[in-house]
Every structure is written in structure tokens, then in C-alpha cells.
Design a protein around this ligand. Structure first.
Ligand code: PLP
Length: 382
């Protein structure tokens, strides 16, 4: 897999070498349980608390406000379910129409449990209809959960405005910042936000570790019972994962501003190069402010899955939207909510870059696309 051209960084990123190196001792030698009172255990506990401070530092939080979990998905579901337990008898949950399936699956389950789910629409660029949010908030609303940056299009919601609207009604706000961390400035001090989810593997940390910011004095009920994480998340900690996430957070604090500029230049070149090479291409959410690493391009009349397979045969990894929904022939719910024409929605690909993406890789894809498009046309897959 050494000559892969990897444009699927919103699915997951390559862990930094320093992350992997930092994790190894905690997998092999420092294996004590951080809850043990002996010195060996307390040594591990201390390392976890250092990582907690590093992760808190990334979003301007206090270390006490960070709860480690197994993933972004778990953080999101802990935030929503954990809040609902303290908001009885309110039964209304407000989300956007373009949330990640970690939210979508949760709200589908809540609906079966007789909660009322309200989905706020987005415009053609994937941006939230804030007037609708204002209108739909009510005394019945238990929680509002919104994504910060969209994993498929990269569109960034106006979270300052959303947070003000929600705060005015005294409702707790959860933000899914999984795709925003490391790609745009995320600071919980600047925002009236109660809860915020992150995931280590989206910013060059390891998989299987996430974190939930829980603002001081915000109450959440655990979804996994146990004494760890100040009783907010039971289960012996993923020590190596937490250490790795801490190192990735520290690295992001120091390098993201520079990385972002470089990544955005490459993303813009890729987008422009592809769009100039064929008149079938159109950028989705082009009018939105987007995270700098993501482009979602619709190819009129083509099938995204077929294009992805041809790219994959050439060693290029891209995606047809959310990693979990690729393989299905349904256009993504995100593009549908944006009202993207069907002939473009069926042929939309996501390219997501990282600090490891090179200009040679970008040029390679730009050169490849017209050939692949012609091959599809020859196969009659248009
Ligand atoms: N939220 C968003 C916006 C995502 O893009 C993802 C993963 O793709 C998640 C949540 C889930 O994160 P994890 O893979 O850590 O469960």
C-alpha cells in the first residue's frame, strides 16, 4: 500500500509518527490500571491527566471539562442521551438535516422512544436555516445538537449565531466538532456551548479514542456506568489511545495554522484543476465557508461508485460521501438536503486532504480524472 494516493482524510487520518511512538510504552511496559492506588497505577493516571490537559488546551477548555470516550460517535451519543436524562419531561430534540450518522442513528432510536425529532433544513450551500431554528425552538426543546463542519462537503455552520439563538432560549447546545478540530479555530470560551464532541483519529491521532467537552456545571448522565472519568464514562481507560490523542492535540495546537494554509492551497488547486478538465464537474457547497481540506465535486450523469472504483484501481483513495454510507447507490442525505440536482448528486465525490498531501498527488489526480471519466463514458456508465 506504499504508492497509495490518499484523499480520504475525513474518513480517517494517518497517525503522526510521534503519536505512534508516544503510544508504544503505554501498550507494552506501562500497563498498570490507572485506577490502581499503587505507584505503578498512579504513574499511568498522571499520564492520562497530562493528555487530558493537552486535549483541553486544543479547545480552550479546562482539563476537568474533558471526558474521554471510545470515539466521536460515543461522545455524541453520551452528550445527547446524557443531557436528555436531566431535561425531563421535555421530549424535543433539534438537529440539522445534514448531521453525521452518529447523530442520525441516535435520533432514529429516540424517535422510537417517543421523542420528537426536529430537523432544521439547510440551503443550497449546506448552511443552516437559522431563522427556522429560531422558530422551532420551544419550551419543549430538551437539547439542540448541531455539527460544526460537515464531513461530506466541509461546509462550516455559523456556530456563533446558532449558539446565541439557542442560548437565548436557555436550551443546552451540543456541537459535533469532529471535523472542525484542527481545521478551523475551535474555542469553547468564545461560545455559549454546553457540550462538544471530538475524535482522535480525525486529527492524526489514533482510532478508538474520542473526547466530550462538558462545560462546568453541565449535568450529564453516563451511558456506560462505572467509576472512571468522574463517573461520567465507565470502563478502564484506553491508556495508549488517550496518550496518543494528547500528543496529536499538542501537535495540532502548534502546527495547524501553517498546515491549514498549505492544505487550502492544494485543495483549491485540486478543485480548480478537476473543474477545468471537464465540463461535467461542479463543486458542491461552493458558496459556503468550508474547512480547508475538503472538496465535494459532482460529476453530471456519472455514478460516483463506478468512479471511485476506477480511482481505487489507480491507487487513489477518495470517497462518495460518508465512509459508512459508501457502497449504497442512494445519493447522500447531505446532498439531498441541500437540493443538489440528482444528476450531480449521484456522481458526487469527496476528496479530503491532510498535512501529508503533496502537490504531486494533487496533479496526479487532476491528470487522471478526464481519462477515468472517458472510460466510464465508453462503458456506458453515464
Ligand atoms: N461526526 C462527524 C462529523 C464525523 O465525520 C464522524 C466520523 O466520520 C463522526 C462524528 C464519528 O466519529 P468516530 O469515527 O470517531 O466515531
Amino acid at each position: 500500500m506504499s504508492d497509495l494516493t490518499y484523499f480520504d482524510n475525513n474518513a480517517t487520518t494517518r497517525p503522526l509518527d510521534e503519536v505512534v511512538e508516544a503510544m508504544l510504552p503505554w501498550l507494552r511496559d506501562q500497563y498498570a490500571n490507572p485506577s490502581s492506588v499503587h505507584q505503578f497505577g498512579q504513574f499511568v493516571r498522571h499520564a492520562i491527566e497530562c493528555a487530558r490537559s493537552q486535549v483541553a488546551g486544543l479547545i480552550g477548555a479546562d482539563a476537568k471539562e474533558i471526558v474521554f470516550t471510545s470515539s466521536g460517535t460515543e461522545s455524541i451519543q453520551l452528550a445527547i442521551r446524557g443531557t436528555l436524562a436531566f431535561r425531563k419531561p421535555r421530549k424535543q430534540v433539534i438537529v440539522s438535516a445534514v448531521e453525521h450518522s452518529a447523530v442520525g442513528k441516535m435520533t432514529a432510536q429516540l424517535e422510537r422512544e417517543c421523542f420528537e425529532i426536529i430537523e432544521i433544513g439547510v440551503d443550497h450551500d449546506g448552511l443552516l436555516d437559522c431563522a427556522e431554528l429560531e422558530e422551532r425552538l420551544s419550551d419543549e426543546t430538551a437539547i439542540v445538537s448541531m455539527m460544526w463542519a460537515n464531513n461530506e462537503t466541509g461546509a462550516i455552520f455559523d456556530v456563533e449565531r446558532i449558539a446565541k439563538i439557542v442560548e437565548a432560549r436557555g436550551v443546552p447546545l451540543h456541537l459535533d466538532a469532529v471535523q472542525a478540530i484542527g481545521k478551523t479555530d475551535v474555542c469553547v470560551n468564545d461560545l455559549p456551548v454546553s457540550l462538544l464532541s471530538m475524535s482522535g483519529h480525525k486529527f492524526h491521532g489514533p482510532k478508538g479514542v474520542g473526547a466530550l467537552f462538558v462545560k462546568r456545571r453541565t449535568r450529564i448522565a453516563p451511558t456506560i456506568l462505572g467509576s472512571q472519568e468522574t463517573q461520567r464514562r465507565g470502563g478502564t481507560e484506553n491508556v495508549a489511545g488517550i496518550i496518543g490523542m494528547g500528543v496529536a492535540a499538542e501537535h495540532a495546537i502548534q502546527h495547524v495554522a501553517d498546515d491549514r494554509k498549505q492544505i487550502e492551497v492544494l485543495r483549491d488547486r485540486l478543485e480548480q484543476g478537476i473543474c477545468q478538465s471537464t465540463d461535467l464537474a461542479r463543486v458542491n457547497a461552493a458558496g459556503a465557508t468550508r474547512i480547508p481540506n475538503t472538496t465535494n465535486i459532482g460529476f453530471r450523469g456519472l455514478q460516483a461508485e463506478a468512479l471511485l472504483l476506477l480511482l481505487s484501481e489507480s491507487g487513489v483513495c477518495a470517497s462518495a460521501g460518508a465512509a459508512c454510507s459508501s457502497g449504497s447507490l442512494e445519493p447522500s442525505h447531505v446532498l439531498q438536503a441541500m437540493g443538489v440536482d440528482q444528476e450531480y448528486a449521484h456522481g458526487s465525490l469527496r476528496f479530503s486532504l491532510s498535512r501529508f498531501t503533496t502537490s504531486e498527488e494533487v496533479e496526479r489526480v487532476i491528470e487522471l480524472m478526464p481519462t477515468l471519466i472517458n472510460r466510464l463514458a465508453a462503458l456506458g456508465m453515464r
